[in-house]
Design a protein around this ligand. Structure first.
Ligand code: HEM
Length: 460
């Protein structure tokens, strides 16, 4: 691990009967910003080692962010019903990417209205139909992989997860429209993954060659394609269709109102941004840890190949216990989103601190998942810890929690299992090298550097 000179903690201020005052930021914002963009996890490890469960970070364009990792505080945050803590306001940095009518951006009644409409399509029996698409798209991808030549597995995983979204969520079938959608979205997500674009001052259109100018033009093309897909569904009908867009077009809220075209467009963009890169990255981490831990790899491959003996089906894969443990352990050890954030709407005591209204707070998923009293040997990849044990929602929360918990959680867990099972049942795979694990930031996600380079030894 690289080392950093960390400043001395400021003298504590006297405690009021509402708790201690806000801890002062550890570093000035320019240093914090560089560290947070370049090596966020090492930086957090250092802050945690020096300051413990709670510390404050100053980033540009927002008041100091108070970071917590104690499960008791996480429990308090997830118990809020959206009255005292706003996640939409915290997520505002994403508004230029997904629109301001997205569930991620909203708070209060409007947030609940969108959430109630969005949740049902991601549950129930249709998951098995999505599972078949996930297996098929993975098979088509694996068939293209070279034998004996190293390549980064993150990019193929992005192709699979993007294909899954276009097929199961947007409902676009194979053919030229599917290919055009995938090409446009690949370009857009590539442009949007450059981390500085998250910073307000970078979001200036200086013509078609400037980063924000490029993003704006591609986003306008994607917007038009999404709106045309929505209208196609409104006019062409949704009878017999199981894709998420068809279900959303027909869905109504409690007062019998459906979503407008613009609301639907923002939600489709949200499902793309929230579900594509996150799941691809989680899969790249899963391959990194599984292939780098021979005992796990052996047990997992044996379980999958046994299930594949009579042909791999979505139903069979969804019931594999060790595979389930591997997926959960991957998301524990390497959560792809390191934190969830909220803005306080009133003065409150959180974790023993007296925080004024307007304070941004974060629950540090990465730090909470590495507490040795909850997870013995926390830095080791040990899927066995999930066999027969359930962790509480404040100890394990790769998908956030409470009224903001990830809408695609069941979908993402299902997809990760389908993809891992299909890949490991079709090829014999190993890591291309044993380099130590380092992390690269891509927008809001943290990916394995080099995208987990692998080699296919043979096809099965
Ligand atoms: C491994 C993959 C994924 C991870 C790690 C992940 C993680 C997260 C996290 C941490 C949040 C914030 C929760 C909070 O503030 O408490 C979130 C929200 C959300 N996620 Fe995911 N996600 C994943 C996949 C997906 C997928 C596949 C979809 C849909 C296709 C999706 C849709 C959403 C939506 C719509 C929200 C906003 C919920 C709200 O604000 O009410 N996510 N996700």
């Amino acid at each position: 691990m690289q080392t950093t000179t960390v400043g001395h903690a400021p003298e504590p201020e006297p405690e009021s009967d509402r708790g201690r005052p806000v801890p002062r930021p550890v570093h000035p914002w320019p240093l914090t910003t560089v560290m947070w963009l370049r090596r966020p996890l090492d930086y957090w490890d250092e802050l945690y080692a020096r300051h413990g469960d709670t510390f404050t970070m100053k980033l540009p364009a927002m008041p100091p962010l108070v970071v917590f990792s104690n499960p008791e505080v996480v429990k308090q945050v997830f118990a809020d019903h959206g009255d005292a803590m706003h996640a939409g306001e915290f997520n505002k940095v994403l508004a230029p990417f997904i629109g301001d009518k997205s569930v991620l951006m909203l708070d209060g009644k409007e947030h609940l209205r969108h959430r109630r409409i969005l949740l049902p399509p991601f549950h129930g029996e249709r998951m098995q139909a999505y599972g078949r698409e996930m297996l098929d798209l993975t098979r088509a991808e694996v068939d293209r992989w070279p034998v004996g030549a190293p390549f980064g597995v993150h990019e193929p995983m992005q192709r699979v997860t993007l294909g899954v979204i276009v097929r199961t969520i947007f409902g676009v079938e194979e053919g030229p429209r599917f290919d055009a959608f995938v090409d446009r979205l690949t370009e857009l997500t590539h442009i949007a993954s450059w981390p500085p674009l998250l910073l307000g001052p970078m979001q200036v259109d200086l013509g078609p060659w400037s980063p924000w100018g490029k993003f704006q033009r591609k986003a306008a093309e994607v917007d038009a394609a999404l709106l045309s897909e929505i209208r196609r569904r409104r006019h062409g009908g949704t009878e017999g269709r199981v894709d998420v867009l068809s279900l959303l077009v027909d869905a109504k809220d409690e007062s019998g109102e459906g979503m407008t075209d613009e609301e639907l467009r923002d939600e489709l963009a949200t499902l793309l941004v929230a579900g594509h890169e996150t799941t691809a990255t989680a899969l790249a981490w899963a391959f990194r840890w599984v292939l780098g831990t021979p005992s796990v790899c052996e047990r997992l491959v044996a379980e999958i190949r046994d299930a594949a003996a009579d042909g791999l089906t979505a139903e069979r894969v969804s019931k594999l216990e060790y595979l389930d443990a591997v997926v959960r352990e991957t998301l524990r050890l390497q959560p792809v989103i390191p934190l969830v954030g909220r803005i306080l709407k009133e003065r409150m005591t959180v974790g023993g601190y007296d925080l004024p209204a307007g304070t941004p707070i974060a629950c540090a998923i990465y730090l909470a998942h590495r507490r040795p009293e909850v997870y013995p040997e926390p830095k080791r990849f040990l899927p066995e810890r999930f066999l027969g044990t359930k962790f509480t929602p404040s100890e394990l929360f790769p998908f956030g929690g409470g009224i903001r918990r990830c809408i695609g959680m069941a979908f993402a867990l299902y997809e990760m299992k389908m993809v891992l099972a299909e890949v490991l049942s079709r090829v014999s795979l190993r890591l291309a090298d044993q380099r130590p694990i380092t992390v690269t930031r891509r927008s809001i996600t943290l990916t394995p550097s080099g995208g987990t380079r692998v080699v296919v030894d043979r096809r099965l």
